[in-house]
Design a protein around this ligand. Structure first.
Ligand code: AMP
Ligand code: TRP
Length: 354
């Protein structure tokens, strides 16, 4: 009972991630790695936003594979389905149900101001669908269904958090206190990892230059040929080392964090992030040494960080029945929590309950 009360008092954090591409070292260091720590202090909900991902045309088989892989990967990074609700969005119909209702409390003008909509409708000019436009009401539903207090997201999602708060406040203004107003939690330690091939640009899975990224999932050998500029979470160790060895630097031969040394700054950020060493410590560790030694050290440190994650990932991927059991458990829990909010909303709006 006491345990129950303590649990009730914990604040709830919630975040979802789209299964649309192969997660990189940037996703890992900037977002996923920090998520497991929320499990100690918050009542945590994590989900895979597959409903969101069909706002852009997806290959069905690829979407299925990437969703499964991402679920295994989230578990491998330390998200524990017995501590958190870890679910797949499309398994929980309450998201679509609340999204429809919230659509009727969201203004055309508000949605029209979303920068992500503007960007994506330019990128996919041949498919500017209604889902792409109303995406923020679905995201608001994801958050409000669980009465989340905090939402850890990257800065790019801040505007969607603001519209969620506006929708919730508007709804509460009409019907009383139905929704908790969520706060964005922009991770303090979020390292911005840059491309290894062009360190002035973010390491991104959509990077056309294959040399800069470290991948987290998928068949690394196939991917490696395509994207060497990104390091992916599931790149094999020798690939990771190779990518770091060929990272773009400068001609100074001095490991120091300084303006204009984008490549070295990026490598120092990554090294500091995975080893916990400060820039000063790194500078003295490599004083008088060449870039070759430094690049190898960064590659090895990244391998040491990712290898245990990869090992756990491979184990989870071998046992699909276990994965299925866990996401079914996640869906059941998610439905139980979210139905409570949905019932409340339906009653307030004036729908006749069953
Ligand atoms: P995206 O892959 O752009 O959908 O982003 C998913 C999450 O990973 C967001 O929270 C981003 O802020 C984070 N993220 C993506 N790329 C990077 C990067 N290169 N460095 C740091 N964080 C990143
Ligand atoms: N829109 C987010 C992204 O593209 C993913 C997302 C969907 C999300 N629903 C959410 C994030 C709810 C936080 C909370 O990255």
């Amino acid at each position: 009972m006491a345990e129950e009360i303590k649990k009730e008092r914990k604040k709830r954090s919630l975040s979802l991630i789209q299964p649309t591409s192969v997660p990189t070292l940037g996703n890992y260091l900037g977002a996923m790695r920090g998520w497991k720590d929320f499990q100690d202090d918050f009542d945590t909900v994590f989900g895979i936003a597959d409903l969101h991902s069909i706002t852009v045309r997806q290959d069905p088989q690829k979407l299925r594979t990437q969703t499964t892989q991402l679920y295994a990967l989230l578990m491998a990074t330390g998200l524990d389905p017995d501590k958190s609700i870890l679910f797949i969005q499309s398994h929980v119909p309450q998201h679509s149900q609340l999204a429809w209702i919230l659509n009727c409390y969201t203004q055309f003008g508000e949605l029209n101001r979303m920068t992500q909509f503007k960007d994506k409708s330019q990128q996919h000019a041949d498919n500017v669908n209604a889902g792409l436009f109303t995406y923020p009401s679905l995201m608001a539903a994801d958050i409000l269904l669980y009465q989340a207090d905090v939402v850890p997201v990257g800065v790019d999602q801040k505007q969607h958090l603001e519209i969620t708060r506006d929708i919730a406040e508007r709804f509460n203004g009409i019907y009383g206190n139905v929704f908790t107003i969520p706060e964005p939690y922009i991770t303090k330690t979020a390292a911005k990892v840059m491309s290894l091939a062009d360190p002035t640009r973010k390491m991104s899975k959509s990077d056309p230059n294959p040399k800069g990224t470290v991948y987290l999932t998928d068949e690394p050998n196939v991917i490696m040929k395509k994207f060497k500029s990104c390091v992916y979470i599931l790149d094999p160790p020798e690939t990771i080392i190779k990518k770091f060895k060929s990272a773009v630097t400068d001609s100074e031969a001095q490991v120091a964090y300084r303006e204009g040394k984008d490549g070295i700054n990026n490598l120092m950020t990554i090294y500091s992030c995975v080893t916990g060493k400060s820039y000063e410590q790194i500078e003295s560790e490599f004083a008088g040494k060449g870039y070759g030694d430094f690049k190898t050290a960064v590659g090895e440190a990244v391998v040491a960080e990712l290898e245990p994650v990869q090992k756990r990932y491979n184990e989870f991927m071998k046992d699909k029945a276990y994965l299925k059991e866990k996401w079914t458990q996640g869906a059941d829990l998610a439905q139980r929590v979210s139905q409570r909010t949905l019932d409340k909303v339906m009653k307030k709006v004036g729908f006749v309950l069953k």
